[in-house]
Design a protein around this ligand. Structure first.
Ligand code: NAD
Length: 414
């Protein structure tokens, strides 16, 4: 894979880009440039026709400097070791930005999971879980859902882990159903965390969200909650989209009606308003743009035409490094993914805390603690950006890498 598109090469470049400013030693850079541990497993499972198939399972634990590793597990045919290593490093920075006591982890199975029957899914996930049991644990590494995995897969893994240790241990994994130890508020956490960031940004700049226009690309979990909650603060969501295209209405779109429509028809197309493409949505004359779909949406070729003054990244990696420079030069603020979408991992952390306490919080408790963390983190990143006269992504990296390196200096003398 060429260096420009290899996610692990990109992750290392991002680390090296802040290493000088932080005066990291060569040993520190070397240590942070690789996961502390990488596990690659053969995972055999029985197909419905009786054949045994062997697939590759991966778990990367990038850092234990600030606590156990934390991060999702994705099941996808394109999963690679380098992708998992990169995602584990990004999780380290995300946890550090919001200052929760975890390092980063990530895992994957190289499989076209969606094509499997329910029985095959269960046998495969349990087989992978039996490999994972030896390298995960509530004090060591706590997986969570990611692409193509959800509460069901998390429960199969928790069940296998419980058999392995001889007792139920819900804190080994997050993203569980609420009835099995999941946290209230996890479903809305990513969108909610993002909106807390945007609200704080407007407050810090002496502005109100009332009447501000918003475009949201991607209308799944993160995009729907972000749209609903920002509209609840008085902003006007004028454009939304999904993989099949988008819709624009200058008078504002009723987010509740749009969610109903999307749930009923599987798409946003057909809502009242003008049909637009995803490319058009990104360039609309709005105050706030929320990319909540895929990576690499705002690039060197369209960043010059983005009119929003604030971009809040719900998706992971929607803005390329080249676009970052263009937007910064044009005075557009980007609240970067590792901050803007960290509400998800923060409420996963709350789930783990509640599991360990065997004491469960109300949804109001969850949301108010999330609010406090997102607002404080936004303030810290904003201050860092002002101090270093850099864009917010660099500021977030400076903050995160400094925290992890600080912990390592104390424990490992790097
Ligand atoms: P989702 O699958 O629920 O929704 C994704 C949405 O994007 C869907 O509406 C889909 O139609 C749309 N989409 C797909 N391709 C598109 C395209 N080419 N153009 C426009 N829209 C397109 O996923 P999600 O959980 O909302 O995640 C969205 C992004 O947020 C991902 O990058 C994910 O990694 C990130 N994220 C999510 C969470 C979370 O807790 N859900 C946490 C952190 C980061």
């Amino acid at each position: 894979m060429p260096e420009q598109t290899n996610p692990f090469a990109i992750a290392r470049q991002q680390l090296h880009a802040v290493a000088d400013k932080l005066k990291l030693s060569a040993a520190m850079i070397g240590f942070l440039s690789e996961p502390e541990a990488l596990h690659v497993f053969t995972v055999p499972f029985a197909r419905d026709d009786g054949r045994i198939e062997v697939v590759t399972g991966i778990r990367a634990q990038h850092s234990f400097a600030r606590g156990p590793a934390k991060g999702g597990i994705r099941f996808h045919p394109d999963v690679t070791i380098d992708e998992v290593k990169a995602l584990s490093m990004w999780m380290t920075w995300k946890c550090a930005v919001v200052d929760i006591p975890y390092g980063g982890g990530k895992g994957g199975l190289v499989i076209d999971y969606k094509a499997l029957s329910q029985g095959e899914k269960e046998r495969l996930t349990r087989a992978f879980a039996r490999r994972l049991t030896k390298v995960i644990g509530p004090d060591f590494d706590i997986p969570a859902p990611d692409v193509n995995t959800g509460p069901q897969e998390m429960m199969w893994i928790a069940d296998e882990y419980g058999h392995f240790v001889g007792h139920p241990e819900p804190a080994v994994i997050t993203g569980k159903p609420v009835d099995c130890g999941g946290s209230l508020g996890r479903g809305s956490a990513t969108g909610r965390g993002l909106v807390f960031c945007v609200e704080r940004y407007f407050e810090n700049h002496g502005m109100s969200l009332k009447g501000k226009t918003v475009a949201v690309q991607g209308f799944g979990n993160a995009g729907q909650y972000a749209a609903r909650l920002i509209a609840g603060l008085g902003a006007s969501v004028v454009a939304i989209s999904d993989s099949q295209g988008g819709v624009f209405h200058d008078k504002g779109i009723s987010v509740g009606a749009a969610i109903d429509h999307k749930t009923r028809t599987g798409q946003v197309a057909g809502l009242d308003g003008r049909a637009i493409s995803n490319a058009e949505l990104l360039e609309l004359d709005v105050d706030i743009l929320i990319p909540a779909a895929l990576e690499n949406q705002i690039t060197g070729s369209n960043a010059g035409r983005v009119k929003a003054r604030l971009i809040a990244e719900a998706a992971n990696g929607p803005t390329t490094p080249e676009a970052d420079q263009i937007l910064f030069a044009r005075g557009v603020t980007v609240i970067p993914d590792i901050l803007a979408n960290a509400g998800g991992v923060t409420v996963s952390y709350f789930e783990w805390v509640q599991n360990r306490q065997r004491y469960y919080w109300t949804e109001e408790d969850v949301n108010s603690r999330l609010r406090e963390i997102m607002r404080r983190s936004l303030d810290q990143v904003e201050r860092m950006a002002a101090e270093h006269k850099c864009h917010w992504r660099e500021a977030a990296y400076l903050l995160a890498v400094a925290r992890v390196a600080g912990a390592l200096r104390v424990t490992r003398d790097l």
